[in-house]
Design a protein around this ligand. Structure first.
Ligand code: GUE
Length: 297
């Protein structure tokens, strides 16, 4: 990753879309709303359910609780040992559904268990991941409901840097349920008004699709799949793909979907790490505060 405005190979590199900086700004905004809720006697509480001891998952969950502490959201943490069964996870989900101190919660994925059984068991009003079938259904129907954090994080990151989305051609690479699929739905809403091409690993000529794009969202989970020769000069490129490459540290190094030479061609790059990851956490916080505001007396 290169800092903004640095010269490289004789050309000006892309402007860095700094998710960490925007996370900080969003925390400052949310802190005010949490304080207003406190005056009405409401304290938002984020619940997390974590199964097993994957170091990456542990880090994500720990970061989310640290974020919460910084802005006055209470943490409710349920760490379950590896090998915990579905019945036990579902009983913890029901417990959080019924706990008034928990205004929203997530079950950290993957659990190794039936993901759809778990998602469906969450009270849709407390689904701060925005991934419950009911909430995804509301998204398809264009009605207000909690939205998935990573796709909204992408849109918000572009908005904060004044990258125009309305009327833009956006190529999304990846059709997963947490990023690509919902991002296509969000970007084509009247409010965003983008023209979206949803590509995937079966797309015949990916390079020619990507070359058309004013905005590229790389969420395929294939390290380096987007290279500089595929990018229209000046385009915005968001690196969402997360692959963990073992570097012997135990945590692993994060490898994105965007190759380094994209910085020479693009106008904006959201790096990985430091881009959409922190934005995902920002939108999770925002969903927790919104859920608490909706439920407030
Ligand atoms: N129910 C559920 N909800 C999720 O939102 C969810 C999930 N399961 N499972 C895993 C993915 C992944 N995810 C990330 C969150 C923050 C960063 C993040 O903040 N990353 C930092 C640091 C990365 C590093 O150095 O390890 C960065 O990009 O700068 C990344 C990835 C949320 N996920």
């Amino acid at each position: 990753m290169l800092p903004a405005g640095r010269w490289k190979n004789g050309g000006v590199t892309a402007t860095r879309l700094d998710g960490q900086a925007i996370l900080k700004a969003i925390k400052d905004e949310l802190r005010v709303r949490v304080a207003a809720l406190a005056e009405r006697g409401v304290v938002p509480g984020l619940g997390t359910v974590l199964v097993g001891d994957d170091p990456g998952s542990r880090w994500y969950v720990g970061a989310k609780h640290k974020d919460c502490a910084e802005i006055g959201i209470t943490s409710i943490r349920r760490d379950l040992p590896a090998g915990t069964g579905l019945a036990e996870v579902l009983s913890v989900v029901r417990e959080l559904n019924d706990d008034p101190a928990c205004t929203g919660f997530i079950v950290q994925q993957p659990t190794g268990l039936d993901e759809f059984a778990i998602l469906s068991a969450v009270d849709p009003a407390k689904d701060v991941d925005g991934l419950h079938p009911t909430n995804l259904g509301w998204l398809v129907l264009g009605r207000p409901a909690p939205l998935p954090c990573t796709p909204v994080g992408c849109v918000e990151l572009l908005r904060r840097y004044d990258v125009p989305v309305a009327g833009a051609k956006v190529v999304v690479v990846g059709r997963g349920i947490t990023v690509g699929r919902p991002l296509g739905l969000i970007l084509t809403r009247r409010a965003e008004n983008a023209t979206v091409t949803l590509c995937h690993t079966g797309t015949r000529d990916l390079a020619s699709e990507v070359r058309q794009a004013d905005i590229v969202v790389a969420a395929a989970g294939v390290p380096g799949i987007i290279t500089g020769d595929m990018v229209k000069p000046g385009a915005a490129v968001l690196d969402v793909g997360v692959s963990r490459v073992d570097d012997g540290s135990g945590k692993g190094r994060v490898a994105g979907d965007v190759a380094d030479d994209v910085w020479d061609v693009a106008g904006y790059v959201s790096p990985n790490p430091g881009g959409v990851g922190p934005m995902t956490r920002a939108l999770l916080l925002s969903n927790v505060v919104e859920a608490a505001e909706r439920g407030a007396p």
